[in-house]
Design a binder for this molecule. Structure first.
Ligand SMILES: Nc1ncnc2c1ncn2[C@@H]1O[C@H](COP(=O)(O)OP(=O)(O)OP(=O)(O)O)[C@@H](O)[C@H]1O
Length: 118
C-alpha cells in the first residue's frame, strides 16, 4: 500500500487530537490545565528552561492520555466482555497517565514556587 503524503498524515494526526478534545473528558481537563500553564508561562514571565520543563510535562500528559485512550478503545473493540486480562491492560495503561500527571505536579511545584514565593 502506498504511503499517504505528509500533509495528509499530518491532517489525520490533528484530527486525532481534535477527536480527543471533542469526546474525551479527561483529555479536556488536561487540555484546560495546559492552557492555564500557557497563561502562567507568559504572566509570570518564565525563563526559557522553565518554559521548556512545563511544556514537556504538559505535552507528556496529553500524549500519554491519547495512548491510554487508544489502548482502551482497542481493548473494547477486540474484547467488549469482562476479562481480568483486559482489566490488567487498562489498569497499567491508566497507570502510565498517572505517572506523567504526578511528574507534572512535581515539576509545576518546583517551577512556580520560585516565581510566586521568591
Ligand atoms: N472489559 C473489562 N474487563 C475487566 N475490567 C475492565 C474492563 N473494562 C474496564 N475494566 C476496568 O475498569 C477500569 C476503567 O475502564 P474504562 O474502560 O471504563 O476506562 P475509563 O473509565 O475511560 O478510564 P480512564 O479514566 O483511564 O480513561 C479499567 O481500568 C479496568 O480496571
Amino acid at each position: 500500500m502506498r504511503k499517504p503524503p505528509v500533509h495528509k498524515s499530518l491532517r489525520n494526526a490533528f484530527r486525532g487530537v481534535f477527536l480527543m478534545m471533542k469526546h474525551e473528558r479527561n483529555f479536556q481537563l488536561e487540555f484546560a490545565a495546559f492552557l492555564v500553564n500557557l497563561f502562567l508561562i507568559f504572566y509570570l514571565n518564565l525563563s526559557s528552561t522553565d518554559t521548556i520543563l512545563i511544556l514537556m510535562v504538559s505535552f507528556g500528559v496529553l500524549a500519554t492520555e491519547i495512548l491510554n485512550t487508544a489502548i482502551e478503545k482497542i481493548c473494547d473493540f477486540i474484547h467488549p466482555d469482562f476479562d481480568k486480562r483486559i482489566g490488567f491492560i487498562k489498569d497499567i495503561s491508566a497507570g502510565a497517565v498517572l505517572l506523567t500527571a504526578i511528574a507534572s505536579v512535581i515539576v509545576g511545584i518546583f517551577v512556580y514556587w520560585k516565581y510566586i514565593f521568591n
